[in-house]
Write a protein that binds this ligand. Structure first.
Ligand SMILES: [Zn+2]
Ligand SMILES: [Zn+2]
Length: 373
């Protein structure tokens, strides 16, 4: 049975051969190879990358999820197992996630006969794109799951620390983009054109009225415009303008409401100023919502395993594609300390591997508690 040194070796190998979202071909092969070595069943599913393994038998099942993709970042960490794939790096620690879940899987495999049910282990592609979870859920392999368990390594927590929160844990992250098509003209003859800059000004003001005038005092959201552009010189009326920004929400209804308002503003201004406006609204990951009962169990298990548990008071404003599971199935997502000076997605991100000492145990214990009690 694999031990801590094996977990570290797995992690380092994954780290050396990172692949970006949707291109995790060699990573999938490597995972398959390790799982087959331990005689672990891999389900036959129509996935281009990633896979789902299974242990145990019986009606009931729970699932554990790890993501497997890396980022288009040039690694700057100095250690002997740096990325060999120039410009690609496991800067979000999904290498740590894979090693943790593989460790838990191989350990559960040795206890297969004692499990009262099945465990499906999800090795999910394309987390960083915000929609990899949908590739898994579309196969319906999780329909009927009693629980989906997941985690993220978290650099601001020390090794041995564990943080969690019932209900909303992360925000939904969306991106919007407006293209305003007016009609260019000489700056001296505005009546001959349709000035998109005037529409741009109105658009900025109107967008900023959504949170202040359309949302209830008890809802919260952020709408930020990050980029505007139009025109190229002082004496010409431009023919186009561009605006893009982001919406962060913690509730699906608020999210829908903001998207509808953006749409209405776009149509209204187009009519009022006789221009064409295209709105592109991209829904990136939704909010991760932790099931209350499962959160209580997670805390109990984490304490039993020896973690120092911290309750988060507020949701995080980062996005996480685990929301693609928590939307449909009872789920719980935790943050486990990986103690790094640099943050996730930083070229110097260097998680502390000792996270691998305890994290697998959390999943093994949790699965047993859910299936056997
Ligand atoms: Zn990430
Ligand atoms: Zn991540």
């Amino acid at each position: 049975m694999p031990q801590y040194e094996d977990y570290v070796n797995w992690r380092r190998t994954f780290h050396q051969y990172p692949e970006v979202s949707e291109q995790e071909v060699e990573t999938t092969k490597r995972l398959k190879h390790i799982l087959e070595n331990y005689d672990i069943k891999i389900l036959d599913l129509p996935l281009k990358t990633g896979l789902v393994a299974e242990i145990g038998s019986g009606e009931d099942f729970v699932a554990i999820r790890t993501d497997i993709d890396a980022l288009p970042i040039n690694e700057q960490v100095k250690h002997e197992f740096i990325s060999t794939n120039q410009g690609v790096m496991h800067a979000c620690g999904h290498d740590i996630h894979m090693a943790t879940i593989l460790a838990a899987t191989t350990s559960l495999k040795t206890q297969e006969d004692t499990l009262h049910g099945r465990v499906r282990i999800i090795f999910q592609p394309a987390e960083e794109l915000g929609y990899g979870a949908s590739y898994i859920t579309e196969t319906q392999v999780l329909d009927g799951a009693k629980a989906i368990l997941g985690f993220h390594n978290y650099p601001s927590l020390e090794v041995g620390e564990f943080a969690i929160k019932p209900g909303v844990l992360t925000s939904a992250v969306d991106r919007f983009e407006f293209k305003i098509y007016g009609k260019g003209a000489h700056a001296a003859t505005p009546d001959q054109g349709k000035d998109p800059v005037i529409v741009l000004g109105q658009l900025i003001n109107s967008i900023q009225s959504i949170v202040s005038r359309n949302l209830s005092a008890f809802d919260c959201a952020v709408v930020t415009i990050g980029e505007v552009s139009s025109g190229s010189t002082w004496n010409v009326i431009a023919d186009e303008a561009y605006v893009q920004g982001t919406v962060r929400t913690f509730d699906e209804n608020v999210r829908d409401q903001i998207q509808q308002r953006l749409d209405a503003i776009s149509q209204g201004l187009a009519q009022a100023f006789d221009v064409d406006i295209d709105l592109n609204y991209e829904r990136l990951p939704g909010a991760v919502v932790n099931d209350e009962e499962l959160t209580d169990k997670a805390i109990e298990v984490a304490k039993k395993v020896g973690y120092k548990v911290e309750m988060l008071e507020q949701p995080l404003t980062i996005g996480e594609d685990f929301s693609g599971y928590s939307k449909y199935y009872p789920s719980v997502f935790a943050l486990i300390g990986s103690q790094s000076e640099y943050d996730l997605h930083h070229p110097l991100y260097d998680p502390d591997e000792r996270i691998l000492e305890k994290a697998p145990e959390y999943f093994v214990n949790f699965v047993k508690q859910l299936l056997n009690n």
